[in-house]
Design a protein around this ligand. Sequence first.
Ligand code: ADP
Length: 262
Amino acid sequence: IEIVGAPIFNERDMLKGAVLLLYDITHLKKLELMRKDFVANVSHELKTPITSITGFTETLLNGAKDEQESLDRFLKIIYDESYRLQGLIEDLLTLSRLEADEFKIARSTVDMNQLVQDILPITEERAKQKGITLTSDVRDTIILKADGERIKQVIINLLNNAISYTPEDGAVNLTVTDEGGTVHIQVSDNGLGIPQKAVSRIFERFYRVDKARSRNTGGTGLGLAIVKHIVEVHDGAIEVESEPHKGSAFHVYLPTNDPASS
Ligand code: ADP
C-alpha cells in the first residue's frame, strides 16, 4: 500500500487534521514482479543454449575438429541447441503477438476434418519415430468460425506434448466432437501424467514439471501458455484431467460461432 498524506490547517494556521490517501498498489507490484520474472526466465532460457553453442564451437576451434568423432558429436549438439533457440524465439514472438492489444483473430469457416488431415502427417512422423500409436477420430462434419491457423497450433502443441511425455510404445488419441454449439477437442495419452499440485501451473510460461525432461524433448516451456491464450481469444475453455503414471487428457471447448457476431 502506498500512503500519501497532507495536513489541514484552520484559518489561524493551526493544525486541524490531515488527509490520508491509501493507494492499493498490490496489483501493480504484482505485474511488475511478473514482468521481472519473465525477463529473468527468458534470459536464462536463451543463455543455456548459447553457452553450449559457444562452448562447443570453442572446443572445435581449439583442435577437436580434427577428430572426426568429436566433430560429428559436437556439431550435432550445436545444431540441436540452435534449433532449440529458434523454437524458443518463435514461441516468444507468437506469445507477444497474441498479447499485443491489437491482436485480433482472423475468423473464417474452418472444417475440422480438413484441419486434422492437414496436421496429422507432421505429428504422425514424430509419433512413429517413438513407436507411439497415434489415432484420430473426427466425428461428423464439424464446421466452426475460428482462426484455422491458430487452432492448428493448439492441436499440434497438445499432440506434441502428448508424444513427448508418453514413453515408447504408448498411445495418443485425438478426438473432435460436435456438442451442439461447442466443438470439443480432446487429446489424450497414456503417458507420464501430471502430479495434482502441478496441474494448475502447467499453463504458466516456462513452468515445467520436470525441467530436464522437457529440455531433452526440445520443449520451450511456452507451448501450453500459447495454447491457453489462443483458446481464450476464441472465447473457449481448456481443462486437464491427469493421473501420474496413467496419462493425461486435455479438453478444449470452442464455440462454433463467433460470439461477437451473434
Ligand atoms: P514444454 O515445452 O516444457 O513441453 P509446455 O508449456 O508445452 O512446455 O508444457 C508445460 C509442462 O506441462 C511440460 O514441461 C510438462 O511437464 C507438462 N505437460 C504438458 N503436457 C503433458 C502431457 N501430455 N503429459 C504429461 N505432462 C505434460
